[in-house]
Design a binder for this molecule. Structure first.
Ligand SMILES: Cc1cc2nc3c(=O)[nH]c(=O)nc-3n(C[C@H](O)[C@H](O)[C@H](O)COP(=O)(O)OP(=O)(O)OC[C@H]3O[C@@H](n4cnc5c(N)ncnc54)[C@H](O)[C@@H]3O)c2cc1C
Length: 369
């Protein structure tokens, strides 16, 4: 019995490889995932901007993984001694309606990551995430509603403050997610705003903020400067070296003491490994589960991990050393490209543990996105 927890990039590609490699009689394959689709998250900003239809970025797990039993639910704990995973199932609205204990012989932990919020007052309640399909669509509807409401305000200076709030968009995180979402949304709203009689593209303000001192630091200083230039030319107010101090109704206060009147706060400021891996009592590196180069969890029989939830040694990095410890080794960044490659490696290595093929480390190519 091979159980995979998480049906994202890593889990999907692990199972695809296992289905291709393992003879049907050699193992039963089970996938635990809260939804019955693989979410192609790099295209979530395109869903918010209406460039892509939501269903086009949701790949049916049941259609694509014909040999795998899909168990809809969320793993809440793992018992490596008993070799079991506890899975809760939920009803519409998220209420837990059942619990199931699933036995495994081999376990692949790939539950991905969650949005990082840094415990800033008001952010959890007021900021829009862009991590799920529902959030992406909700953001789109929210922005359209702000245009409608701003357009419907009577003329006159007494309504200027509300108008400014409704037409100001603040995004936090000048990495890929925040920068891409601001760029996409600005283009989209600019192209449709002529449908409203009293709002012009110039009336909509865009603010992108980050604690870092450059935009897109993942791309290095030269490309970061090009991106900064492009954002400025498009009229986006980029504020670096600051972050949110508090999110309140109708305004966002920054750590430099300034306040931005706005009803739209978008949170794209990085991710943290799924909380599930923190419950295992196993070594972590910055919250991600430590694994060997072949993606096995050291010292735990029959458990592997990869993707955003795992600290996978980056063998291609010049900083990697065979003598390094799990805490100071460079690890692969949390990207779909790495998760997909690691998924295929997980499938290959789990199959090898069942006597089919040979285990190898994950592909070592390092890349940004
Ligand atoms: C807006 C956005 C834009 C991005 N753009 C890019 C890009 O352009 N290029 C790029 O390479 N990467 C991009 N990424 C990052 C990329 O999406 C992730 O690195 C990748 O999805 C990680 O794959 P994964 O398999 O580890 O996790 P995921 O793909 O997140 O899959 C994890 C799965 O596990 C499920 N799960 C979570 N907890 C549990 C549990 N307890 N039990 C069972 N299942 C669970 C989740 O529901 C999910 O289905 C982007 C991410 C976002 C949010």
């Amino acid at each position: 019995m091979v159980v995979v927890v998480g049906g994202g990039f890593a889990g999907f590609h692990a199972l695809r490889r296992l289905e291709k490699t393992l003879p049907p009689e050699s193992a039963e394959l089970v996938l635990v995932n809260p939804s019955d689709y693989l979410l192609y998250s790099p295209l979530l900003p395109d869903v918010s901007a209406g460039v892509v239809e939501p269903r086009h970025i949701a790949v049916s797990l049941r259609q694509q993984l014909r040999r795998t039993r899909v168990l809809l639910g969320r793993a809440t704990s793992v018992d490596p001694q008993a070799k079991t995973v506890t899975v809760t199932t939920t009803e519409d609205g998220g209420a837990v309606d059942g619990e199931h204990v699933q036995h495994y012989d081999r376990l692949v932990l790939v539950p991905g990551s969650v949005t990082r919020q840094f415990d800033i007052p008001g952010v959890a309640e007021r900021a829009h995430g862009v991590k799920t399909l529902v959030e992406a669509q909700f953001l789109r509807d929210h922005l359209l509603r702000q245009l409608d409401r701003a357009d419907a305000l009577p003329e006159g200076p007494e309504h200027d403050a509300e108008r400014r709030q409704r037409l100001t968009v603040v995004a936090v995180g000048a990495g890929y997610t925040g920068t891409e979402i601001v760029a996409q949304l600005q283009y989209w709203l600019g192209s449709i705003v002529s449908c409203w009689a009293r709002v012009r593209p110039a009336d909509i303000s865009w603010v992108l903020i980050d604690l870092a001192t450059s935009v897109l630091p993942e791309l290095g200083p030269d490309l970061g400067a090009v991106a900064m230039d492009a954002l400025h030319r498009r009229g986006i107010d980029v504020r670096l070296g600051v972050t949110v101090k508090e999110a309140r109704d109708g305004e966002t206060e920054l750590t430099d003491g300034s306040t931005i009147p706005s009803r739209t706060l978008i949170w794209g400021a990085g991710v943290a490994a799924s909380p599930l891996v923190g419950t295992l009592g196993l070594p972590l590196q910055k919250g991600r589960l430590v694994v060997d180069a072949d993606l096995a969890v050291p010292g735990v029989d029959g458990v592997w991990a990869g993707g955003d939830a795992a600290a996978v040694p980056d063998l291609a990095s010049p900083r990697w050393s065979p003598a390094g410890t799990s805490q100071d080794q460079p690890v692969t960044p949390p990207t779909a490209q790495h998760a997909q490659r690691q998924g295929a490696a997980l499938g290959r290595n789990v199959a090898a543990s069942l006597g089919v093929g040979r285990a190898r480390p994950t592909s070592t190519a390092t890349s940004a996105w």
